[in-house]
Design a protein. Structure first.
Length: 168
């Protein structure tokens, strides 16, 4: 495997591992500075993934990336949708902004509205699932298929506990 392809796949896999570990630990109630470091590392690794893909695959051409995405979605879903790339851009931006917020205003981060936290993580999980399971054919797919139900179960348990504590 050429170095560019290795960097592309390794960076996204490491980013997704950081994502999954951070979210799982948050859902079970663990919070620490090391978790914030892991979350930030994941966002930066995802930026490395995007930059490596743009460099080694698309030669820094947004149009080439759109065309490549359209071809891939056509093959997988039967519809050419290159504009789906914008959802990946939003994923990068939201994850990075969330990491920055956690560093710059940690108290505000912890006290943000619940709907914002749910909306953000719902979007991130949706895009991560699509990237790891739908659009990935390598070893990332089975890991994504294993981790997704775990994350959903932990989310359900967390929601149930929150509702129980409200009614207590």
């Amino acid at each position: 495997m050429p170095a560019g392809a290795t960097l592309i796949s390794a960076s996204v896999r490491m980013a997704l591992v950081c994502y999954a570990i951070t979210v799982i630990l948050q859902l079970i109630g663990y919070h620490s500075r090391s978790l914030r470091i892991l979350w930030t590392a994941g966002s930066l690794l995802f930026i490395v993934h995007v930059a490596a893909a743009f460099n080694f695959v698309h030669r820094w051409s947004h149009q080439a990336a759109i065309q490549s995405t359209a071809i891939e979605t056509q093959q997988l879903l039967g519809i050419a949708f290159g504009e789906g790339l914008w959802f990946s851009y939003l994923f990068v931006l939201l994850w990075l902004l969330d990491a920055i917020w956690w560093w710059v205003l940690p108290d505000g981060y912890r006290q943000r509205p619940r709907w914002l936290h749910i909306a953000l993580h719902g979007y991130l999980l949706f895009i991560a699932f699509n990237g790891a399971v739908i659009f990935e054919a390598g070893p990332t797919r089975p890991v994504g298929l294993l981790l997704t139900p775990v994350l959903l179960l932990l989310i359900a348990v967390r929601i149930r506990r929150s509702r129980q504590s409200l009614h207590s």
